[in-house]
Design a binder for this molecule. Structure first.
Ligand code: CP
Length: 323
């Protein structure tokens, strides 16, 4: 049994393959027992979670709130207007105060260093609910969705099409550890943060997987099992005209069935949402290739698994899926 009790989850870079598989297995276990078998399972009774968001959310917020409640715990949502953190009080002081009230903090912060400060200064586990650098919860949901669909992960090839961002970074930290190859097609191959790229190259070498950077979406999609798109220029704060110019440069990266025709016969499409028309057309987004609704639902089972694994020793009672 792999125990993660007391740990924080800020990036999957910090987690080994058996630890990531343990989270995914727990998510599958909870889904089978609660959703399929109707079991009432409340191991988080008496546990409290603070949910702090500096940015908008539907999936991450609701999956956490419903998931914690389903497991018998209680969650408290705090928007920037509700709390002092970072305004009247330092993150360090807020982290110490929150640690006296709750058993876990799940935080969506603009800066990754702020979520790191929460974890360093508080004394309870902290979960990164998206920073500008990583979005580990999304990748866990994507991997659960792909495992369910393909029956395993090893040897799959994922093609990322569009702007490289926090979700790309999280794919780069997790894919090699699960035996998944990654091809990243973005405007400039330098879109990707250089430190993350170096880590990813190292991981790919260590686990024997492929990581390819290209500006050509066709090259990325050729023979791929999975095509992934996401929102563009997520963290862009510059002038509107420049933003429009940059978006124009991404026009050739809109996912259509043309890319699918180059992919493997069994190709599927993922998008973490919220989705805009210029990232993928309706013909793909609403097609039988698209697993976006399963992916969204799996945000709940995976965040439940993360919180449960960080707070309690959980023994899965269903067989471990193949990864
Ligand atoms: N994918 C994702 O994190 O969605 P939300 O912004 O709705 O939480």
């Amino acid at each position: 049994h792999v125990s993660l009790v007391g740990r924080s989850l800020l990036t999957l870079k910090d987690f080994t393959p058996p630890e990531i598989e343990q989270i995914l297995w727990t998510a599958a276990d909870l889904k089978t027992r609660i959703k399929e078998r109707g079991e009432v399972y409340t191991p988080l009774e008496g546990k409290y979670a603070a949910i702090i968001f500096q940015k908008r959310s539907i999936r991450t917020r609701l999956s956490t709130e419903t998931g914690v409640n389903m497991l018998g715990g209680k969650s408290y949502f705090l928007s920037p207007e509700d709390i002092h953190m970072g305004v009247n009080e330092t993150i360090k002081d807020s982290a110490k105060v929150l640690s006296g009230f709750v058993n876990l903090i799940l935080a969506r912060m603009c800066k990754h260093e702020d979520v790191e400060s929460l974890a360093a200064e508080g004394s309870v586990p902290v979960v990164n609910a998206l920073s500008e650098l990583y979005h580990p919860l999304q990748i866990l949901a994507d991997m659960q969705t792909l495992q369910e669909h393909f029956g395993g992960l090893k040897g799959l090839t994922v093609a990322w099409v569009g702007d490289s961002n926090n979700i790309t970074h999280s794919y780069m930290m997790a894919a090699p550890k699960l035996g998944v190859n990654l091809r990243i097609a973005s405007r400039k191959t330098l879109d990707t943060c250089q430190n993350v790229s170096k880590d990813a190259e190292h991981l790919a070498k260590q686990y024997g997987t492929q990581i390819v950077h290209t500006t050509d979406p066709r090259e990325a999609c050729k023979g791929a099992n999975v095509i992934v798109a996401d929102r563009r220029l997520k963290n862009y704060t510059g002038p509107e005209e420049e933003k429009l110019e940059k978006l124009k440069a991404l026009q050739g990266y809109r996912v259509t069935h043309k890319f699918g025709e180059m992919a493997a016969k069994d190709w599927v499409f993922l998008h973490c949402g919220p989705r805009k028309q210029d990232e993928v057309d309706d013909a793909v987004f609403y097609s039988h290739r698209s697993l976006v609704w399963e992916e969204a639902e799996n945000r709940k089972w995976t965040v439940m698994a993360v919180i449960l694994c960080l707070l309690k020793c959980h023994a899965c009672t269903t067989p471990k899926p193949d990864y």
